[in-house]
Design a protein around this ligand. Structure first.
Ligand SMILES: Cc1cc2nc3c(=O)[nH]c(=O)nc-3n(C[C@H](O)[C@H](O)[C@H](O)COP(=O)(O)O)c2cc1C
Length: 181
């Protein structure tokens, strides 16, 4: 299901319908949480788990706008920086409207060395495959919740890094929201 931003009822540039904390929680759990057997919800070569999952919150009921880090083991969000970062992130993503209007953007950041220290050069391939699995979980969970998303890989790396100001290499952005009719 594609994230198809609903034409704003409040005029251009306004944020879309907010998500609930429950919806965001479920998406993050499916992406990088821990299941009842103590395993992560997405597979990773050699269980290296080379990612950090950040959430750029623009509109979530009960959450201050800002950049959060998802702690999968604790199933908790840590506020990294308060503020509105959706617009800057969207500019870094070649001004894609879906990123600008999404109430939530999940940003997957890779730490290649966690995998390459074990597998060498081949680890790079594994990191990308792992990211695909996580992305697929986000798609599946979003669909199950009646939400829309789209994998966004078209962005300027350095600009996303500046917008996020967190360590690691941004690989994927997933805008999430209530799909248009
Ligand atoms: C690695 C990757 C990067 C992508 N980057 C973007 C993007 O930056 N913007 C966008 O709108 N769609 C992006 N997409 C979504 C594809 O355009 C989309 O999956 C494709 O057009 C097929 O459409 P479907 O998924 O609806 O079947 C990306 C998909 C993948 C797998």
């Amino acid at each position: 299901m594609h994230w198809n931003p609903r034409p704003s009822r409040q005029g251009g540039g306004q944020r879309d319908e907010p998500l609930t904390l429950q919806q965001v929680s479920q998406i993050l759990w499916a992406a990088y949480g821990v299941n009842r057997w103590g395993k992560r919800t997405s597979p990773s070569a050699g269980a290296c788990y080379p990612f950090e999952v950040y959430v750029v919150v623009s509109g979530v009921e009960g959450l201050t706008p800002g950049i959060y880090l998802y702690d999968g083991k604790a199933h908790a969000l840590e506020l990294i920086r308060e503020g509105h970062f959706g617009k800057t992130l969207a500019e870094a993503c070649l001004n894609q409207r879906c990123v600008a209007t999404a109430p939530v953007n999940v940003v997957i950041v890779a730490h290649y060395e966690r995998t390459t220290r074990r597998y060498g050069e081949r680890g790079i391939r594994y990191v990308h495959i792992d990211a695909g699995h996580m992305g697929q979980n986000i798609y599946l969970q979003a669909t199950a919740l009646g939400l829309g998303t789209v994998a966004v890989g078209a962005f300027r790396d350095e600009e996303v890094k500046r917008a996020m100001n967190v360590p690691g290499e941004p690989l994927y952005v997933f805008p999430l929201g209530v799909p248009g009719e």
